[in-house]
Design a protein around this ligand. Structure first.
Ligand code: ADP
Ligand code: AMP
Length: 228
């Protein structure tokens, strides 16, 4: 039996995937969410959905995302609060790309407490910035189901098509090489301080994100199963 099919317990908590763009957070969040049957909450995906629907939030976020900056906390926090108060989140959820600033982390801890959750478990995806470029410029996402591929390391079976649903694969506009630098700078300046923030709180667990998808997955499962 595959190890993941022996996971009978419930997640019942918030898990945060923290790390630089391209570290594999989305790939692993989808895996963990499948194993525990909980929602995968990617603030990047939520914002891209607002952009494609042309909502007021999407119109505000679009140019900010296109240049690789972070969207203001106030916009992201309202979006997250509305989402985690949905009934499908009641047995836990996996955050990917949130929180990204200390203010977001502080707000989240209040929100979790108010909604009766234990403190979040944080998984830190450590990846050498030299590997980030290949991961990001090679990334392609399915337009239909959002499945994530990499033309260098995780290509689909049929070029340009999703293995799951045959959907067309596309490159995110912010995955172009010239936007990678600003995104990494935003990470280093605004998000990386969260590594020491959560480490001090004793909530952080490190993962070597340069390993294979399967190895990273097993390490994440080990952390989640072993955590208080
Ligand atoms: P993030 O959500 O952290 O930005 P993704 O999960 O979208 O990262 O992964 C970034 C790119 O790297 C994608 O193209 C994905 O297919 C690829 N990838 C993810 N994990 C690995 C891995 N362990 N080894 C090689 N490539 C990976
Ligand atoms: P991602 O899909 O996580 O790489 O996010 C894509 C872009 O969405 C980022 O570069 C930011 O512009 C924006 N974004 C996603 N999540 C957040 C967040 N928690 N706070 C601020 N901006 C965010």
């Amino acid at each position: 039996m595959a190890p993941e099919t022996r996971v009978p317990e419930r997640l019942d908590r918030a898990v945060i995937f923290l790390g630089p763009p391209g570290a594999g957070k989305g790939t692993q969040a989808k895996e963990l969410a499948r194993v525990y049957r909980v929602p995968h909450l990617s603030t990047g995906d939520m914002l891209r959905e607002h952009v494609s629907l042309g909502t007021p939030l999407g119109m505000e976020a679009k140019p900010i995302m296109a240049r690789g900056d972070l969207v203001p906390d106030s916009l992201v926090l309202k979006m997250v609060r509305d989402r985690i108060e949905q009934p499908d989140c009641s047995h836990g959820f996996v955050f990917d790309g949130f929180p990204r600033t200390v203010a977001q982390a502080q707000y989240l801890s209040v929100l979790l407490r108010q909604n009766g959750y234990r403190p979040a478990l944080v998984v830190h995806f450590a990846l050498d910035p030299a590997l980030v470029l290949r991961r990001i410029t090679g990334r392609r996402m399915c337009k239909v189901g959002g499945e994530i591929y990499n033309i260098y390391d995780r290509p689909p079976k049929v070029e340009g098509r999703c293995n799951n649903d045959g959907g067309e694969l596309e490159q995110r506009p912010d995955d172009r090489e010239e936007i990678v630098g600003p995104r990494l700078q935003a990470y280093e300046k605004q998000t990386e301080p969260l590594v020491s923030y959560y480490r001090r709180l004793g909530r952080l667990h490190d993962v070597d994100a340069s390993k294979s998808v399967e190895e990273v997955k097993q390490r994440v499962l080990e952390i989640v199963r072993g955590a208080r």
